[in-house]
Design a protein around this ligand. Structure first.
Ligand code: SF4
Length: 173
C-alpha cells in the first residue's frame, strides 16, 4: 500500500467513510474513532440506523466493500452508490461520505453517481464527484489526517449532536 495516497493515514490504514462523516459533525469524534475507542453500542442513533436498514432495504441490500469503506447499496446497472440515512439533518456530512466513496471507486475505474436515501422522509439527494467537489474532498481528507495524527483528542465541544452521540458518556460523564 502506498503511503502517499490521499486517504492513507500514517498507520497505513485508509480513512473510513465513517471518519469523513464525523469530520462534519465533531472533530473529537474523528480522533476517538480513529483510535478504535469503542463507542456505546447501545446508543439510540446506532439502533435507528440499523432498524432503517432492516425495514427498508433488507431485500434490495447489495453491499460493496473496499478497504476502509463499506457501501450500503451499489446498483450496478445504474452505476449508483446509495447511502441510507435516518434523516437529512446531516446531509452535508452524508454528501462528503458519498463523495469519498465515489472517489475511491474512481480509482478502480468506476465512474459512479451517488444518492443519499432518506426513507423516513421519502427523499433522494443526488451527489456527483466533479472537479470542484474533488478538490474540497482532498482538503477534507488532509484535515482528517491532521486530526488523527494529533497526540491528544481535540477537547469536547458541546453541540446538539452530543445528546445522541455514542461517546457522550466518555466526553461528559
Ligand atoms: S459527545 Fe459531543 S464532543 Fe464528545 S465526541 Fe460526541 S459529539 Fe463530540
Amino acid at each position: 500500500m502506498q503511503i502517499d495516497l490521499p486517504y492513507i493515514l500514517c498507520s497505513g490504514k485508509p480513512i473510513t467513510g465513517t471518519l469523513v462523516w464525523y469530520y462534519f459533525i465533531c472533530k473529537r469524534e474523528v480522533w476517538l474513532m480513529s483510535r478504535e475507542i469503542t463507542p456505546d453500542e447501545d446508543a439510540s442513533t446506532l439502533d435507528v440506523g440499523r432498524a432503517i436498514h432492516e425495514i427498508f432495504y433488507r431485500r434490495m441490500l447489495k453491499e460493496v466493500s473496499l478497504e476502509g469503506i463499506k457501501i450500503d447499496l451499489f446498483k450496478r446497472a445504474e452505476r449508483a452508490v446509495c447511502e441510507v440515512k435516518a434523516s437529512s439533518k446531516f446531509v452535508e456530512a452524508a454528501r462528503f461520505q458519498l463523495l469519498y466513496y465515489l472517489f475511491r471507486l474512481k480509482e478502480y475505474g468506476v465512474d459512479a453517481v451517488g444518492w443519499i436515501l432518506v426513507p423516513t422522509e421519502k427523499r433522494r439527494i443526488r451527489v456527483k464527484l466533479d472537479a470542484e467537489a474533488q478538490q474540497v474532498l482532498l482538503k477534507v481528507l488532509n484535515e482528517i489526517k491532521g486530526i488523527v495524527e494529533l497526540e491528544h483528542p481535540p477537547p469536547p465541544m458541546r453541540i446538539s449532536y452530543c445528546r445522541r452521540c455514542a461517546y457522550k458518556e466518555f466526553c461528559w460523564a
